[in-house]
Design a binder for this molecule. Structure first.
Ligand code: ADP
Ligand code: MG
Length: 504
């Protein structure tokens, strides 16, 4: 395989424009192929997959590294995202990656040839790119004029962005969504939409770091820096829409909310791929962290106070141009809280979130058929008594779940030399993957709450934490603590000389 600088440049342009040319090698539904395998995970010189890959990764300050291997449909790795630092190559016939070197390709100029299929594709590509640039310019001008004519408020932004992002309203070229992208610029947490797309296409997936119920999370590299890429399965596209919509319309930059970088949708052979790119946190989720670590009370408090700061920021409505609507999470759990390298938490996964703006009394509950995690559901959700038209109700369910997260932290905290193994809430009274009915029996009928470890009483900070949990679990939702109260109480508790600076 050879890619000279010009071809590479043009390919980059086409990728940046979101155009993909049909790959003649790509089968619609191919059988497994044998590929050359040279990477740390190989079990032999070859592997079997849906396609063969060569991945070139250059971490900053080190030599480029090439990995040969197999890709499969489940991993969805074959995206062809060449950049200055990273490069992917995919092919679909037996051992087709054997003689491929992306390091060589990046430095070689192809010999002069009579125009072949590939060159015809590139000529066609250039023409398409030119037309696309013209169309972009015209539509961009039209859009700017339309924006000047119409000052939109919070709802119309949401309404429009959800229209723009629906794949059914896009052609396979995916050009449409970034033509209209500037409607999200300036009001959201991230980069302008076009830049998000370009960034997304410069990310190389390096390793799978987690699997959730709805997709996979990969560590990716963008210009030598690690980023997290959540790849949503098509059955959870509504979570991707929702999270993208919230990050793009709400200013959500906060130390204790997972930092958003970009969101991207690509369409290939009529299958849609949905990516959400965020900051990468190598400790993983609080759930992962608590499996590995026991905690000293000060660290437990630091995790709790930082998570509370994130939740309080979500819940509060801030008025003004730099403001934000109130947001309730609706799927708070230790797996959706990440631990940063400074050992502060940040809240992730806004796929189920609801928003409320007091001024207009507008409640946006999205269109996601997904429901929260049963184990963390509040009694009023389980007995279906929750007032779904009242925004406060959703905040109260978050507080119930937050109390359970505090309990998970507390169990792993060492007091007087005693600590317990990690367990999920209600581990002793419901089976793995409990049903709605299992949870309802325990939480609503028997009115059980998790047992608070007795040893917490021996530590002033942890006994306050224990009391806080009880106040998160009141059966009457409106009697529960607010996120702001939790945050303030925890901050007061951490007012000690070694209190970590910069929390909230
Ligand atoms: P679930 O849907 O099961 O709550 P997610 O799909 O959000 O979980 O994530 C699955 C796992 O991937 C997490 O438990 C965590 O280990 C890892 N993960 C998610 N986001 C990140 C990130 N930004 N940085 C590092 N690891 C992450
Ligand atoms: Mg999640």
């Amino acid at each position: 395989m050879t890619l000279g600088p010009c071809r590479r440049g043009l390919l980059m342009l086409l990728l940046a424009l979101g155009l993909t040319l049909g790959d003649p090698e790509e089968p619609s539904q191919g059988p497994q192929v044998t590929c050359t395998c040279k990477n740390p995970h190989c079990r032999g010189p070859t592997c079997q997959g849906s396609w063969c890959t060569v991945v070139l990764v250059q971490e900053q300050g080190s030599h480029p590294q090439e990995y040969w291997g197999c890709g499969n449909k489940h991993q969805e790795l074959c995206k062809g995202r060449p950049t200055e630092f990273v490069n992917h190559y995919c092919c679909y016939s037996s051992l087709c990656n054997h003689n491929v070197s992306l390091v060589l390709a990046a430095t070689q100029t192809p010999p002069e040839q009579t125009p072949g299929y590939g060159q015809r594709r590139l000529i066609l590509g250039s023409m398409l790119a030119f037309l696309a640039v013209m169309a972009l310019g015209a539509l961009g001008l039209w859009h700017i004029r339309r924006r000047q004519e119409k000052q939109r408020g919070f709802h119309s932004d949401l309404g429009e962005s959800s229209l723009i992002l629906k794949p059914s309203e896009q052609g396979d070229s995916m050009l449409g969504d970034f033509l209209d992208s500037d409607c999200t610029t300036g009001s959201g947490s991230g980069l302008p939409f076009l830049v998000q797309r370009t960034v997304a296409r410069q990310v190389a997936l390096v390793e799978c770091v987690g699997k959730g119920r709805y997709g996979e999370v990969w560590r990716g590299l963008w210009h030598g820096e690690s980023v997290a890429v959540k790849i949503f399965s098509s059955r959870d596209e509504q979570s991707w829409f929702r999270e993208t919509e919230i990050y793009n319309t709400v200013l959500l930059r906060h130390d204790n909310i997972l930092g958003f970088i970009a969101s991207d949708m690509t369409s290939r052979n009529s299958s849609t791929q949905l990516w959400l790119i965020t900051h990468y946190h190598e400790h993983g989720s609080l759930y992962d962290f608590l499996q590995r670590q026991t905690l000293e009370p000060q660290l437990a408090l630091k995790l709790a106070v930082s998570a509370a700061c994130g939740l309080a920021h979500l819940h509060v409505e801030i008025f003004g141009t730099q403001g934000k609507p109130a947001i309730a999470h609706r799927d708070l759990k230790s797996r959706n809280v990440l631990v940063k390298s400074n050992l502060q938490c940040c809240i992730a996964d806004l796929g189920l979130a609801v928003m409320h703006s007091q001024g207009s009394d507008y409640l946006d509950i999205g269109h996601n058929p997904r429901v929260g995690t049963k184990r963390y559901m509040a009694p009023e959700v389980l007995d279906e008594q929750i007032r779904t038209d009242c925004f406060e109700s959703y905040k109260w369910t978050d507080i119930w779940a937050f109390g359970l997260v505090l309990w998970e932290i507390a169990r792993r905290t060492v007091v007087n030399g005693i600590v317990e193994d990690y367990r999920p809430p209600f581990y002793d009274v419901v089976p793995n993957d409990p049903s709605f009915e299992d949870m309802k029996k325990v939480v609503c009928v028997d009115q059980q709450t998790p047992t608070i470890p007795i040893r917490l009483a021996a530590d002033p900070v942890l006994s306050a934490l224990a009391q806080m949990m009880r106040e998160c679990w009141y059966p009457s939702p409106s009697a529960r603590l607010t996120a702001l109260r939790i945050k303030k109480t925890l901050q007061k508790l951490s007012h000690s000389p070694e209190k970590p600076k910069g929390i909230c």
